[in-house]
Design a protein around this ligand. Sequence first.
Ligand SMILES: Nc1ncnc2c1ncn2[C@@H]1O[C@H](COP(=O)(O)OP(=O)(O)OP(=O)(O)O)[C@@H](O)[C@H]1O
Length: 311
Amino acid sequence: MKRIIVQQLTKTYGAGVCAVDGLSFTVHPGRVTGFLGPNGAGKSTTMRLVLGLDRPTSGTATIEGRGYASFRTPLRHVGALLDANAAHGSRTACDHLGSLAAANRIPAGRVEEVLGEVGLASVAGRRIKTFSLGMKQRLGVAAALLGDPEVVMLDEPSNGLDPEGIIWIRELIRRLARDGRTVLVSSHLMSETSTFADHLIVLGRGRLLADTPMQTFLNDRGAARVRIRTTQPARLLDALVHRGYATVQDDDGLIRIDGLKAEKVGAIATQHGVPVLELADEQPTLEQAYLDLTAEATEFVSISASKSLEG
Ligand SMILES: Nc1ncnc2c1ncn2[C@@H]1O[C@H](COP(=O)(O)OP(=O)(O)OP(=O)(O)O)[C@@H](O)[C@H]1O
């Protein structure tokens, strides 16, 4: 299977905007690579450069060394969903996919197959302009899958999807990787990315901030945290605060302690004769780890967020 290889990629728009700045990374087959970064970090620009929709100012973005434009039937090698609104609204879903299939020497029967796969079989003859955003997203995914490509790139694929659609796209993404394909998926939704990504590439202001397995990213960035539930929270809180640990108590009596492991908290509880109902180390969330990494690289922070950063 082919890799996406980005080497020293730079894209400057007009006089001042450096959307992508000396970027190098490789997206490998057989796993899902989550592509993360704040608004304006350069994710879409990078994907557009891989697809030959824009020319790099310098550097290269290739499929195993070959530029996208050099493929005579590109959809049989690379499938991508970038903009769900890109399809002509006056065409039917079937016509739209049919013309893509013809241009890429893909058997016409494949159109019906992918429409079924994305759940649009019953609206195949409807004009695309009558589709909801979620339906357009599904059609974009159908176009990406049409040529049974080895490489799949999806930009915000769950945009506009209902809860059932979100589960569907997650499973589809996982399956594409299990098939051995090279899968790059951008998203702003951290909780969702953590359900499908094996590996992460994080951009900030056009530069590479991280290129790492997701579990390593979580372990390296997330602080240790324990949660404990007891019948005597006040007594335990007393003992913990006395030792100088930061604690937070939820309304339902659950206590969270930063910077400690469950073993240590259990020992303190035992020492003070506090009965324990629940005790566990908490896995750091992708959101915490990501915010920690990107705090300094965020181009568009809200006014309240920037005030709290200054404070
Ligand atoms: N055609 C263009 N002309 C001028 N500037 C552009 C153009 N396309 C993108 N940019 C700028 O390049 C930077 C990167 O944009 P890009 O859309 O790649 O970021 P992104 O990470 O995909 O953001 P988002 O998460 O908001 O989709 C931004 O500052 C953006 O304004």
